[in-house]
Ligand binder design. Structure first.
Ligand code: ADP
Length: 447
């Protein structure tokens, strides 16, 4: 096992990783920008190192400074969290060259899954069902029209290096495809420095359902069931739950085992998420994330398995603590992402938290790095915490969530808490009757 882990991240996820390390008896190093010197993860870590000024590229993305912090403190492994350097294959390679363990999969697997075209081809080869579409990058109108005619309109043009829901354009008919192709390519080039795009069938009313997997890196792998992340705004997840209200146990077992066998076949190491769109009873692979996800706690709540602990175990060579037969799904869990944003305009609202009272009680978990008197810096993502609630049934979970949201007080800044108070009482949400467009429609009508 490692002696000391450096956490190359900030906010709630840095604290989440720190907690797992402490429970394993591993010493922790926090790194932080000058904007984060008062952050909770810095206060709670055994050691901390300032790695630069507020802009991420000068601090949390500064590989040179992070390596120096490792050297100064003698950390033997780095956990990258999500975002920042977590899916940077080069970073994983550099660490390896320096004899520091990257807590995550191999650089090769990060690279394959980071290129969505290669990821899709790999998934197909491993027996995972994919969205019908082009086999490779599309550069000209003629090929685009031919592929679109084969799969049928509407089609979606997507960036091969895309992320965060950016660089996607829908073409509803042949007349709009040339423009969609050129806009998607120039947007992808500007956002990701790579203008490769591909085409796939645009599913009109799917759900977003993803499977959590863990690989031991030695040809073994398990699945931990699904998360339904269909409630999205601008392709960003807002509310996640497990199990999905749309799946039964047999469907879960079937898609779960396809994923577990695929990652075993790949020789994958650590935690990963295989994302699908789900429509009319069929699953369609869209991408694989080779890291811990923001919404991982809902899986932890229904399985009782600490995913960060498993990531660390696998990276240290200790293997997974369980087999597929040991994994059982108990009850229901829902996560709400609380952002420092206006609840209807979504304008960021950084600033000082004047009063803070998180909810508690049976089945309630709050993953957050904020506290009363803390000032949220304007430089980063607006996620300030996650409320995760567990109940024996979905109904109990919803009742508990409503109660927990009532208790939650964050004064001094705007947050998205009021949005969740409305959602939890909505009949469609209560019935589990929603798809990836539901929230956008709801917000448009509410506004
Ligand atoms: P990113 O990496 O940018 O998040 P994804 O491929 O994961 O991109 O897609 C993000 C979201 O975009 C999905 O959750 C879904 O809402 C929508 N989406 C992606 N592919 C399709 C598709 N083929 N049809 C309909 N919606 C899609």
């Amino acid at each position: 096992m490692f002696n000391k882990v450096l956490i190359a991240n900030r906010g709630e996820i840095a604290l989440r990783i720190l907690r797992a390390c402490k429970e394993l008896g591993i010493a922790t190093v926090a790194v932080h920008s000058t904007a984060d010197s008062e952050a909770m993860h810095v206060r709670l870590a055994d050691e901390s190192v300032c790695i630069g000024p507020p802009p991420s590229r000068d601090s949390y993305l500064n590989i040179h400074e992070i390596l120096a912090a490792c050297e100064i403190t003698g950390a033997d492994a780095i956990h990258p969290g999500y975002g920042f350097l977590s899916e940077n294959a080069k970073f994983a390679e550099i660490l390896e060259a320096h004899g520091i363990t990257f807590i995550g999969p191999s650089a090769e697997h990060i690279r394959i899954m980071g290129d969505k075209i290669e990821a899709k081809n790999t998934a197909k080869r491993l027996g995972i069902p994919v969205v019908p579409g082009s086999d490779g990058a599309i550069t000209d109108d003629v090929t685009a029209k031919r592929v679109a005619a084969e799969i049928g309109y509407p089609v979606l043009i997507k960036a091969a290096s895309g992320g965060g829901g950016r660089g996607m354009k829908v073409a509803r008919d042949e007349a709009s495809i040339s423009e969609a192709l050129s806009t998607a390519r120039s947007e992808a080039g500007a956002a990701f420095g790579d203008d490769s795009v591909y085409i796939e069938k645009y599913l009109t009313l799917p759900r977003h359902i993803e499977i959590q997997v863990l690989g031991d890196g030695k040809g073994g792998g398990v699945h931990l069931g699904e998360r339904d992340c269909s409630l999205q705004r601008r392709h960003q997840k807002v509310w996640e739950e497990a199990n999905s209200p749309a799946l039964n146990a047999a469907e879960r077992e079937k898609i779960g085992m396809i994923c577990a066998n695929a990652i075993a076949g790949l020789g994958y190491s650590g935690a990963g998420t295989i994302e699908f769109l789900y429509e009319n009873g069929e699953f369609y692979f869209i991408e694989m994330n080779t890291r811990l996800q923001v919404e991982h706690p809902v899986t932890e709540m229904i399985t009782g398995i600490d995913l960060v602990n498993e990531q660390i175990r696998v990276a240290s060579g200790a293997g997974l603590s369980m087999k597929q037969a040991d994994i059982a799904f108990t009850g229901h869990a829902i996560e709400c992402r609380i952002n420092a944003e206006h609840p209807s305009t979504f304008v960021p609202s950084p600033g000082r938290i004047a009063y803070y009272h998180p909810p508690g009680g049976l089945g309630v978990r709050v993953d957050s790095g904020v506290y009363q008197g803390y000032s949220i810096p304007p430089n980063y993502d607006s996620l300030i915490g996650k409320l995760i609630v567990h109940g024996r049934s979905r109904v109990e979970c919803l009742m508990r969530l409503r109660r927990a949201l009532d208790e939650f007080v964050v004064d001094g800044i705007e947050t998205t808490l009021p949005l969740f108070r409305n959602l939890v009482s909505n009949p469609d949400i209560q019935d589990g009757n929603y798809n990836i467009h539901w929230l956008e429609h709801y917000l448009a009508n509410a506004g």
